[in-house]
Design a binder for this molecule. Structure first.
Ligand code: ADP
Ligand code: MG
Length: 238
């Protein structure tokens, strides 16, 4: 399971309100993309969902249960950032398995999970390498692998492709789409790239200045944009 419900999420930093009442329901297994201009609150919203930031008001529910008092490590969420945040002194195997090791899981289970995930991502030949010996795309796949091994209820991606060059970006995008199909996992993905949003999402939520302007399938947004902002962002003809 891995459904998510956001109820009137507000978040202020000092006097500045960055999230101004976000309501959204994400079904188990859905791929939802938050898209919107820089500074509109996308990363803050992901951090609130992950529990890395407390909302000023509102509720986050995972599988129907409010998680306000559940610490990040216990939410069943794995987050993948644009900077890969790998440990330089650990090889691929240990970077991928570290979270499980810290959670006290048995060595054999960690080895098995890392083997499955690294095969899925085409990293099985690189398990003994350190991050410095990998390309940017491979490093990002290690970061994705580190999320997969934990079998999270919810994957959160924050602009995972923005540090990659154009060709790698397409490759990694296709890989993420494949993972979504294979794992039937719930994924929430932030980008400011319309192409990524249109090609990956089951539904897209368009954010602007801390509010959701419209939520719908890529075709719904393209064919029936609610306003000029959405039309401009999605590139529909009106
Ligand atoms: P996005 O990811 O859409 O680019 P962010 O969620 O990172 O936007 O930021 C939204 C707004 O909140 C920005 O104006 C940013 O400067 C502000 N902000 C984000 N985090 C903090 C923080 N820890 N303290 C103060 N302001 C912040
Ligand atoms: Mg951001």
């Amino acid at each position: 399971m891995g459904s998510l419900r956001l109820e009137n999420i507000r978040k202020s930093f000092g006097k500045v309100e960055v999230l101004k009442g976000i309501d959204l329901e994400v079904k188990d297994g859905e791929f939802v993309i938050f898209v919107g201009p820089s500074g509109c609150g996308k990363s803050t919203l992901l951090r609130v969902i992950a529990g890395l930031e407390d909302a000023t008001s509102g509720n986050v529910l995972i599988d129907g249960e409010a998680v306000d008092h559940v610490p990040p490590a216990k939410r069943g969420i794995a987050m993948v950032f644009q900077s890969y945040a790998l440990y330089p002194h650990l090889n691929v195997r240990d970077n991928m398995g570290l979270g499980l090791k810290q959670a006290g899981r048995p060595k054999a289970e960690i080895g098995e999970r890392v083997a499955v995930a690294s095969k899925m991502l085409g990293l099985d030949k690189y398990l003994d390498r350190r991050p410095a010996e990998l390309s940017g795309g491979q490093r990002q796949r290690v970061a994705i692998g580190r999320a997969i091994v934990r079998s999270p209820k919810l994957f959160l991606f924050d602009e995972p492709l923005s540090n990659l060059d154009a060709a790698l970006r397409v490759n990694t995008r296709l890989e993420i789409a494949k993972l979504h199909r294979e794992l039937s996992a719930t994924m929430i993905y932030v980008t400011h790239d319309q192409v990524e949003a249109m090609t990956l999402a089951d539904r897209i939520a368009i954010l602007n200045e801390g509010r959701i302007e419209q939520v719908g399938t890529p075709m719904e947004l393209y064919n029936r944009p609610a306003n000029l902002f959405v039309a401009g962002f999605i590139g529909s003809p009106k």
